[in-house]
Design a protein around this ligand. Structure first.
Ligand code: XCC
Ligand code: SF4
Length: 655
C-alpha cells in the first residue's frame, strides 16, 4: 500500500449553472482545463458570511466586530439585540447601508471630478489633447452653473465666445465638489415638486465631498444612532451622486467627447480577432480611453502593427469604459463584469489597460498564465502583483501616454502563445441613446404627436418605462436575471432603458436591435418600435449615465400628461444582478427621486426588519419611491409591472 492519498480535485463551477452566455461557458471550460481559477470557481468554494449578508455585523470600532444575528424563529416581542456600545440592529444595519452609499457616491463622483478637472485644464488650454466637441451641450448646461451664454455689445445681444463659456463653466463645475455655498447647482434640474420634497425633508445636497464626509462622520462609533436620521444623510449623499457628481460627469464627457447618438456595433468576446493586436480597455473613466481610440486608429500605429505581422488593431472594452467607448465611437464591448478574466483566457489579449472600479485583482494572476500585459493607469488604482505594469496617465500628456500603451500592446503581439481560443459568438447592437435621441426618434418631442413617448404611454401602446441597470454578481447566474427580466418587461409592453453591465448583457444577447421588437415585445410596444425603428431596449451608456435616466424622466414630467413629478410616472427601476456599492448609491438616488426600485439577489437588510421596512415601505411616503428586493426575475418583472399599473390607474390612463 502506498502512503499517497488520492488528491481531491478542487471544486469547480458548472459552466451551465454559472452563466447563460455560451461564449462565457466555453471560456470557463477552457479555464478549468488549463487549471486557471476564475470568479465562478471561487464562488463555489467560498461561501458568503451569513451575518454580513444580513447586514448586522458592525466593525466600526475595536470593541467589535459585534454581530447581531436574528434569533432562530425570528423576533418575538422586544428586539433586545445590541452591540457592546448598545447599538441596535437598526443602527448597525443603517450605518452599513449609509457607508455603502458613501462608497458608491465617492466612486461616481470622483470619476466626475476627474472629468471636471480635465475639462478645466482643457479650457485653460493646458491639456492640448482635449477640447469642446459638443458646444451645444455646453450651452445647454451653462445656465445651471450661472454662466451666461450671450453678451451685450452696443445694445445688441450676441453669442458669447465658446472658449469663454467653457472656462467659466469649468471653473464653476470643479467647485461643485467642495464649495461653501449651501446647495449643489444641478439640483435645480429636478422637477419642482421633487426639489420641494427634498427641501422639506432637509436632504438637499450641499456639495459632493461634504455629503460623503458627513456619511463617514455620522456612521462613526457613537455619532448618529437613529436609523431615520442616518438615512437622511444617506439620501443626501446619494442625491449628490445622481444629480451632481454623476450628472456633471456625464455632461462634461458629452461636452469634451461628443454626445452619443445611436450607432451600430458588435458585442461579446467574439469581437476579438486572432490576426489583430487585441487591446482591451477596462474600468470606467473615458479620459484615457478616448485618446487610446484616436491613437489606435492613427495610420502610424496601424502601420506599426502591420510591421509586427498583425492585420490591424482591435480595440474592445469591458465594463463601463466599454460603454463609454461604445456609445461615442462604436468600439465593441468584449463583455461585462464577469467576463473580464475570460478576455485574457482567450490567449489573444495582447494588453489589457485598466483605470478604476470593477477591476478584479485576479486579472493579474490570470495574465501570468498568458503573454498578456496588464497595465494600470490611475494613481489611485494599482495592483500589487509584480507582473503588472503601471503607466500613470497624465491629462497634460494624454497622447504620449496613450501611444506608449498602444505600442506595448503591438510589441506584445509576437509573444502570443500558440494556444489561442477566441469564442465565435458576437452579436449586433444599436447603442448610444440619450435624452435627445429618445426625443428625436420618438416624434421630435416628448408630447404632442402619434409618435411621442408620453402620448404612447397615455394611449397605452407603451405600458410604462423601466430602467434596468447595474452589475453582474457571481452569486447569481451570469446575465440570466438581466435577460429574463428584460424579456418579461418587453412582453408586457414596458420600454426598457439600460446602462452599465446590464446594457452590455442586453447587447450580447441581441436585445439592442430594432428587429428584436417583433420577437420579444407585446403588440403595443412592438408597434411603436417598428414604426419609428428603435430597439425596445435603449442603451443609455455607463453607470454615471444613469443621470440620463433621471433627466429623461424629468423631461417626461415636464412634457405633461403623466403627472407633476417623477413619482407619478408609470416607471420603475431595477438592478437584478447588483454587486457594487455603486449600485446601492444609484438605487438610493432613484428611490429618493420617486422611483420604485427593485434589486435582485439579496439586500443586506434581513437582520434588521424594522430598518428594512423603513426602506421598503415608509420611504415611499416621503419621497414617492421605495426599495424592494426579488431574486426571481419573473416575479421581479411583475412587481415592477404592478407598480406601473398602479401609477397608470392613479393617472386615469388604465383603460
Ligand atoms: Fe461595475 Fe460600471 Fe456594476 Fe458593471 S454595472 S459591475 S459597477 S461596470 Ni455599474
Ligand atoms: Fe460594536 Fe458599537 Fe463598536 Fe459597532 S460601534 S463594533 S456595535 S461596540
Amino acid at each position: 500500500a502506498t502512503k499517497a492519498k488520492a488528491v481531491k480535485a478542487p471544486k469547480v463551477a458548472d459552466p451551465m449553472e454559472a452563466t447563460m452566455e455560451p461564449a462565457t461557458q466555453d471560456m470557463l471550460r477552457r479555464a478549468q482545463k488549463l487549471g486557471i481559477d476564475t470568479v465562478f470557481d471561487r464562488a463555489v468554494t467560498m461561501k458568503p458570511c451569513a451575518i454580513g449578508m444580513q447586514g448586522i455585523c458592525c466593525k466600526n470600532c475595536a470593541m467589535g466586530p459585534c454581530r447581531l444575528p436574528l434569533p432562530k424563529g425570528g423576533i418575538d416581542g422586544e428586539d433586545t439585540r445590541k452591540g457592546l456600545c448598545g447599538a441596535t440592529a437598526n443602527t448597525i444595519c443603517a450605518r452599513n447601508f449609509v457607508r455603502m452609499i458613501a462608497g458608491g457616491a465617492a466612486a461616481h463622483s470622483d470619476h466626475g471630478r476627474g472629468v471636471a478637472e480635465t475639462f478645466l485644464s482643457a479650457a485653460r488650454k493646458s491639456a492640448k489633447d482635449y477640447s469642446v466637441k459638443d458646444p451645444a451641450r455646453l450651452i445647454q448646461i451653462a445656465p445651471y452653473f450661472g454662466v451666461a451664454t450671450t453678451v451685450e455689445e452696443d445694445g445688441v445681444t450676441k453669442d458669447r465666445d465658446i472658449d469663454e463659456i467653457a472656462l467659466a463653466v469649468a471653473e464653476k463645475a470643479v467647485r461643485e465638489w467642495g464649495k461653501p455655498e449651501l446647495t449643489a447647482s444641478y439640483i435645480k434640474r429636478a422637477p419642482k415638486p421633487l426639489q420641494e420634497k427634498w427641501e422639506k425633508e432637509g436632504v438637499v445636497p450641499r456639495n459632493v465631498d461634504r455629503e460623503i464626509v458627513e456619511c463617514m462622520h455620522r456612521t462613526l462609533m457613537g455619532v448618529d444612532q437613529d436609523y431615520k436620521n442616518l438615512m437622511k444623510q444617506g439620501v443626501r449623499a446619494s442625491l449628490a451622486d445622481g444629480w451632481c457628481g454623476s450628472m456633471i460627469g456625464t455632461d462634461l464627457q458629452d461636452v469634451m467627447f461628443g454626445s452619443p447618438s445611436p450607432l451600430q456595433a458588435e458585442a461579446n468576446l467574439g469581437v476579438m480577432k486572432e490576426d489583430h493586436v487585441n487591446l482591451i480597455v477596462h474600468g470606467h473613466e473615458p479620459l484615457l480611453s478616448e485618446i487610446i481610440i484616436a491613437v489606435a486608429q492613427s495610420q502610424e500605429m496601424v502601420d506599426y502593427a502591420k510591421s509586427k505581422g498583425a492585420k490591424g488593431i482591435q480595440l474592445a472594452g469591458i465594463c463601463c469604459t466599454a460603454n463609454e467607448m461604445l456609445q461615442r465611437h462604436g468600439v465593441p464591448p468584449a463583455g461585462n463584469f464577469l467576463q473580464q478574466e475570460f478576455a485574457i483566457i482567450t490567449g489573444a489579449c495582447d494588453a489589457m489597460v485598466v483605470d478604476v472600479q470593477c477591476i478584479m485583482q485576479n486579472l493579474a494572476n490570470v495574465a501570468k498564465c498568458f503573454h498578456t500585459k496588464l497595465i494600470t493607469t490611475h494613481p489611485i488604482a494599482k495592483i500589487e502583483q509584480d507582473n503588472v505594469i503601471h503607466i500613470e496617465f497624465d491629462e497634460h500628456y494624454a497622447m504620449e501616454d496613450a501611444k506608449r500603451i498602444v505600442k506595448i500592446a503591438i510589441d506584445n503581439f509576437e509573444n502570443r502563445g500558440a494556444d489561442v481560443m477566441i469564442p465565435k459568438q458576437r452579436s449586433i447592437q444599436v447603442a448610444g441613446f440619450g435624452v435627445e435621441s429618445i426625443q428625436y426618434h420618438l416624434g421630435g418631442s416628448f408630447r404632442g404627436s402619434y409618435y411621442t413617448l408620453n402620448d404612447n404611454i397615455i394611449n397605452g401602446r407603451i405600458r410604462g418605462v423601466a430602467g434596468v441597470v447595474g452589475c453582474n454578481n457571481a452569486r447569481t447566474k451570469h446575465n440570466e436575471e438581466h435577460i429574463v427580466l428584460i424579456k418579461e418587461l418587453l412582453k408586457n409592453d414596458v420600454l426598457v432603458l439600460v446602462t452599465g453591465c446590464s446594457a452590455i448583457a442586453a447587447g450580447v444577447h441581441g436585445l439592442l436591435t430594432p428587429e428584436s421588437a417583433a420577437v420579444y415585445c407585446g403588440p403595443g410596444l412592438a408597434e411603436v418600435c417598428e414604426t419609428v425603428g428603435i430597439p425596445p431596449v435603449l442603451h443609455l451608456g455607463s453607470c454615471v449615465d444613469n443621470s440620463r435616466i433621471l433627466l429623461a424622466a424629468t423631461e417626461m414630467v415636464k412634457a405633461g400628461g403623466l403627472g407633476d413629478d417623477i413619482c407619478d410616472l408609470p416607471a420603475a427601476g431595477s438592478a437584478p444582478e447588483w454587486m457594487s456599492e455603486k449600485a446601492i448609491a444609484i438605487g438610493q438616488y432613484f428611490v429618493a427621486s420617486g422611483v420604485y426600485t427593485v434589486f435582485g439577489y439579496h439586500m443586506p437588510l434581513e437582520g434588521a426588519p424594522v430598518f428594512k421596512d423603513y426602506l421598503y415601505k415608509e420611504m415611499e411616503e416621503i419621497y414617492g419611491g421605495k426599495w424592494d428586493c426579488e431574486p426571481d426575475p419573473i416575479k421581479h418583472a411583475h412587481k415592477m409591472i404592478a407598480h406601473i399599473d398602479k401609477k397608470r390607474k392613479e393617472l386615469g390612463i388604465d383603460k
